[in-house]
Design a protein around this ligand. Structure first.
Ligand code: ZN
Length: 104
């Protein structure tokens, strides 16, 4: 392998890492952000937010903790934070697109 090829591979690796960090920073800056994960079952990113801060639910009207499938925009809300955490890695149970009901 020539030095040039090595440098290009290294450059691609560094660019990918930089893009991942950029994406990670974007996800963490989501309004009401609490946690996120990449679901193994679907390969999609799910973000857990405070739905009252995010604005998807209102105090007294809806459940506070919202899971958002970042790839498809599917949303589900939970009263208990623990329930949202328990479901964060399984958008195939609540995101219509991950479930195959909606086209991506
Ligand atoms: Zn989805």
């Amino acid at each position: 392998m020539s030095g040039l090829q090595f440098d290009q591979a290294e450059l691609r690796r560094l660019v990918r890492r930089s893009q991942r960090r950029q994406r990670d920073a974007e996800i963490r800056s989501t309004l009401g952000y609490r946690a996120h994960t990449k679901a193994r079952s679907t390969g999609t990113t799910v973000i857990l937010v405070d739905g009252y801060v995010q604005g998807v639910e209102s105090p007294g009207l809806g459940d506070r903790w919202a899971l958002i499938c970042d790839d498809h925009g599917g949303v589900v809300c939970f009263d208990r934070y623990e329930d949202a955490r328990a479901t964060i890695a399984h958008p195939e149970h609540w995101c219509p697109t991950c479930q195959g009901y909606d086209e991506p």
